[in-house]
Write a protein that binds this ligand. Structure first.
Ligand SMILES: Nc1ccn([C@@H]2O[C@H](COP(=O)(O)OP(=O)(O)OC[C@H](O)CO)[C@@H](O)[C@H]2O)c(=O)n1
Length: 388
């Protein structure tokens, strides 16, 4: 990253701050395939709370054919009680139907058995929702999640959430466990596993008053990196520089330090970490206009802690994507619920096995088999220099 980019972050660079050469595979690899519906497995009532074994796990034995536990995923619901419309680029958006997609997702997770929590990847309400109805829209979405019986729902902020609602109100309404006003947090939803949720708009011009010092720094960054008068436009920007648009954001210095500490602790405990962010963290897993501003700084922190991070999931780039980076970390950008024409779906269930994560997608969400590096490779990797 150029030195003029984010002096704000320099204190967090440390080792691993050098620019990395990436050789990621472009989606979709052979095992990334469209599949049948998520609920094709035999249905089984889900026990509320975190029992010790997965209902599909025979007699509590760890088996490569039986998941340890599962979690539900859905992205970019962008609900609004308004007529259907289109994105800036003309892609149809079904603002009311997206709530039905969420309802079917919850029904599917409840019916699948073993789904212990679910993750909502942000953009909960659309920016076109009238401001005075945005809180009601968020509450309507939360009500749908409340029907999930398997365990907690973990939410994150997207740009659309912040167009109409104050961050502090969103953190409260979405019951984020990081404390008042803080939209990043980590939880261990299953022994040996950790879910880390990032706030991708911590450093951003979105959702902050013009006079806010963070917004002022973000605007200076956009002025430096995006010559367009309309800072939402990536016109004229090339490659990953296209990410420098106003509807994106980044992880701030304090959050980077927090992430470093969380991953250090997770690596020490030999936990497997799933990293969740509204904005994608790998250029091969998303369009460049959807990437987090400082995805490389976040991934430098990830690399510092060996292979404790096994997968990064994101939303935002509605068509979805998938790549595996040079360290074997899976990057899966999830297809948007908002873009499902009536009667179609985009949600998934991630089955967690000792050796892999299997995303079982509903029709518009592709299924993805993500093999984890072996324990030996994980150990070796933690000995690699952070820039390897
Ligand atoms: N070229 C563009 C693109 C967008 N805008 C305006 O920016 C705002 C956000 O755009 P939107 O497409 O609604 O953002 P999403 O978060 O739903 O999707 C992100 C992309 O899929 C990332 O790849 C909105 O006001 C647009 O009109 C723009 O002005 N110029």
């Amino acid at each position: 990253m150029s030195p003029r980019f984010l002096p704000f972050y320099l204190e967090c660079r440390g080792r691993g701050g050098r620019k990395q050469k990436r050789e990621a595979r472009r989606a979709p690899p052979p095992h990334h395939r469209r599949s049948g519906r998520a609920d094709r497995y035999s249905s089984c009532a889900s026990a509320a709370g975190g029992g010790a074994t997965h209902p599909r796990q025979r007699s509590g034995m760890l088996s490569a054919t039986e998941p340890l536990f599962s979690f539900g995923v859905i992205a970019d619901v962008q609900y609004a009680d308004i007529p259907d419309g289109r994105s800036f680029l003309g892609v149809p958006r079904y603002y009311r139907h997206s709530l039905s997609v969420l309802r079917r997702a919850v029904r599917s997770w409840n019916g699948a058995g073993g789904v212990r929590f679910c993750v909502n990847f942000g953009d909960i309400v659309d920016g076109f929702c009238p401001r005075d109805r945005s809180l009601a829209a968020v509450r309507a979405v939360v009500r749908e999640f409340d029907a999930f019986r398997g365990g907690p729902a973990f939410h994150m902020l997207g740009n659309h959430c912040l167009y109409n609602l104050p961050r502090a109100d969103l953190v409260r309404e979405l019951r984020m466990p990081g404390g008042p006003g803080r939209a990043y947090y980590d939880v261990s939803p299953w022994p040996g596993y950790r879910l880390v949720v990032l706030d991708a708009y911590d450093f951003s011009a979105v959702g902050r008053a013009r006079g806010d010092p963070v917004a002022a720094r973000a605007r200076r960054l956009l002025d430096a990196r995006n010559p367009n008068r309309d800072k939402n436009s990536p016109a004229g920007l090339d490659g990953t520089d296209r990410r420098f648009v106003m509807f994106n954001g980044g992880v701030g210095a304090a959050q980077l330090r927090w992430l470093d500490a969380v991953l250090r602790r997770a690596a020490r405990r030999a936990e497997k970490v799933v990293l969740c962010s509204h904005l994608p963290l790998h250029p091969a897993a998303a369009s460049p206009t959807g990437l987090m501003w400082n995805y490389d700084e976040v991934m430098a922190v990830v690399r510092r802690h060996g292979r404790c991070v096994v997968a990064c999931f994101a939303g935002h780039d509605h068509k979805g994507g998938y790549a595996v980076d040079e360290r074997g970390v899976h990057h899966r950008t999830l297809e948007a619920a908002l873009e499902c024409p009536p009667g179609t779906d985009a949600f998934g269930r991630v089955d967690v096995y000792p050796d892999r994560l299997t995303l079982v997608g509903s029709d518009r969400m592709a299924s993805t088999e993500m093999m984890l590096a072996t324990a030996t490779a994980r150990l070796r990797s933690s000995e690699l220099p952070s820039s390897a």
